[in-house]
Design a protein around this ligand. Structure first.
Ligand code: ZN
Length: 161
């Protein structure tokens, strides 16, 4: 079965910077499941997977524009710690947090934290990077009507609710 619109695709992946530094990978033995054609993953990655079948291994390199965009200057700001989503025992430089901004929830990286205020950088951690994905397709199946209406995959490697 080919990767197409409204099919659930299970993948294992390695994500590295162009120079070779590993940034992220799926957990060993546990594929990640996504619903194809619903912007669950980066558009460029989705396009590269289309038409492939279980067992295929593909490698695709995306420019920052195709991935998480350029690094924005001025994306650093000081916010009250109480504007962070979730409770953090200690905020350490480099930690990833979610913050409530006027444009909604954003991922941000802690630069430094004081007692009540924290300096954060709201650039995506992979902003400005050229990324290479190596993906192995483990399984392709038809999505259920429920998955299509939710816009994401359920079950192993997908959303649990
Ligand atoms: Zn759902």
């Amino acid at each position: 079965m080919k990767v197409e619109q409204n099919r659930v695709v299970s993948i294992n992946y390695h994500l590295s910077e162009e120079q070779g530094e590993l940034l992220e990978k799926s957990e060993e033995g546990i594929p990640m499941a996504y619903l194809h054609g619903h912007s669950n993953i980066l558009e460029g990655l989705e396009a590269a997977l289309k038409g492939h079948v279980a067992g295929d291994e593909i490698s695709v390199t995306l420019t920052p524009e195709q991935a998480y965009g350029p690094v924005h200057e001025g994306a650093q700001q000081k916010v009250p710690i109480k504007h962070l989503a979730g409770k953090y025992k200690r905020l350490l430089p480099g930690m990833l947090v979610r913050v409530n901004t006027e444009r909604g929830m954003r991922d941000a990286k802690v630069i430094k934290a004081g007692r009540f205020m924290v300096d954060i950088d709201t650039n995506h951690p992979f902003a400005g990077k050229t990324l290479t994905f190596v993906v192995v397709i483990r399984d392709v199946r038809e999505a259920t009507p429920e998955e299509i209406s939710h816009g994401h995959a359920h079950g192993l490697g997908g959303h649990q609710h």
